[in-house]
Design a binder for this molecule. Structure first.
Ligand SMILES: NC(=O)c1ccc[n+]([C@@H]2O[C@H](COP(=O)([O-])OP(=O)(O)OC[C@H]3O[C@@H](n4cnc5c(N)ncnc54)[C@H](O)[C@@H]3O)[C@@H](O)[C@H]2O)c1
Ligand SMILES: [Zn+2]
Length: 379
């Protein structure tokens, strides 16, 4: 690897892999992947936005390394994770006559990563795959940890597999073409790692976060690296989400998912935006429960707002015109979340800025009153 590239090892017995982070990795993908390939054949899966931007360069780099490539492009957006779209992809993959030594390469955001990763898990009962994540969210979150999956009418990601890639190449240059709103949505997950268990990282983000957003190369790479380290550490300790540890990564997500559902999973609220508002709500609820101070909760809000993320219910697009579900409806949406165990709401709360805990005994009535107050305050 070059001086500018850093590598993080994800330790998993027998299936460990590297995450390379740095500039220019799309053009070095062939050279870096070649030693890991079972045979010099890859199929690149990308979407209609990313393929025209980086597809040719990625294919050329494999070509240069003596690796034969073909490419498949799916429509951009969450609809490509629908069951029908998945079936079409599987047939297109089989049209290319892959064998067990063919490797799939996912070039794109979390949608392409989840889709191609699950395809790799089941194509011919499993072929290798490599991730080339192109959104900040994919670089710091979805490409790390081995969760793959698709959507059904019962909900998102309910069909899938834990399936680890052989290599992740996070090229920091590709973020230059990412729309600012997508970049910010990914940043919410970056801030989350600081809030969950790395107070020094949150301190760092308070200073350098605006530069990360503005495109400062070195700071961007450092933020991605520290985020991947945090997730890799947690995943290595709890690969299949069986303990509370990995659950901490759901900070802001119980509230966030309810808000996403209340806005119909539409462009009104991106996932990361829901997480940002959700983390502020979690911090405020923690303050209300006396776990952190009001000043700490305000600190969380201030940082997310400073970089440009929405932090209040009224920041949700169309809130003034269309409103939002009432507190009871939001409670019902939270109860539908798959993180519910035996009918109780699980919340990830803060004990400090930089220390999250799983809480299963929050009084539902208290949460409802809290949401009522928040809705009234935003109106
Ligand atoms: N597997 C996991 O652990 C995990 C974790 C979090 C999220 N996810 C999944 O990730 C998905 C969301 O991922 P996402 O936010 O990356 O969305 P996405 O893949 O839809 O990408 C967002 C948009 O940005 C475009 N884009 C991607 N890279 C670009 C670039 N470099 N330049 C310009 N445009 C670019 C895409 O075409 C798309 O339109 C969801 O389906 C979610 O369920 C999975
Ligand atoms: Zn998330």
């Amino acid at each position: 690897m070059s001086a500018q590239t850093s590598a993080i090892r994800v330790d998993l017995a027998g299936r460990g892999y590297d995450i390379a982070i740095g500039p220019g990795l799309v053009d070095r993908a062939g050279e870096l992947s070649r030693p890991l390939l079972a045979a010099p054949r890859v199929i690149i899966v990308s979407d209609e936005t990313v393929a025209p931007l980086y597809g040719a360069r990625l294919a050329a780099s494999f070509d240069k390394a003596g690796v034969r490539t073909t490419s498949i492009t799916v429509p951009a957006g969450e609809s490509s994770k629908e069951f029908g779209a998945f079936g079409r992809l599987m047939n297109e993959l089989l049209d290319r006559r892959p064998d067990r030594k063919t490797t799939l390469v996912a070039l794109g955001g979390g949608v392409v990563g989840d889709l191609a990763g699950f395809a790799a898990a089941v194509l011919l009962r499993g072929v290798d795959f490599i991730q080339v994540p192109t959104t900040l969210l994919a670089q710091v979150d979805s490409s790390v940890g081995g969760k793959t999956g698709i959507n059904t009418r019962h909900g998102k990601n309910l069909v899938g597999a834990f399936y680890q890639p052989r290599l992740v190449l996070a090229d920091t240059d590709v973020l230059d073409t990412l729309p600012r709103r997508e970049l910010l949505a990914g940043y919410a997950e970056v801030a989350k790692y600081g809030l969950v268990d790395d107070p020094a990282f949150f301190d760092w983000l308070e200073i350098h976060g605006p530069a990360v957003i503005a495109g400062d190369r070195a700071r961007r790479a450092e933020a991605i690296e520290r985020s991947c380290l945090a997730k890799a550490r947690i995943v290595a300790a709890d690969e299949r989400e069986t303990t509370d540890l990995r659950a901490l990564l759901n900070l802001g997500h119980t509230f966030g998912h309810a808000l996403e559902a209340a806005t119909g999973f539409s462009d009104r609220l991106f996932h990361g935006e829901g997480v940002a508002i959700g983390m502020v709500l979690a911090a405020e609820l923690s303050a209300r429960l006396g776990m952190i101070s009001e000043a700490d909760a305000a600190r969380v809000e201030r940082h997310l707002a400073e970089v440009g993320l929405p932090t209040h219910l009224r920041d949700i697009a169309g809130f003034a015109q269309e409103g939002l579900a009432d507190a009871d409806a939001l409670m019902a949406l939270m109860a539908q979340d798959k993180k519910v165990r035996r009918g109780r709401l699980t919340f990830i709360l803060l004990e400090a800025v930089g220390r999250a805990v799983v809480s299963r005994d929050v009084e539902p009535a208290l949460v409802r009153d809290f949401l009522k107050a928040k809705l009234a305050e935003s109106a």
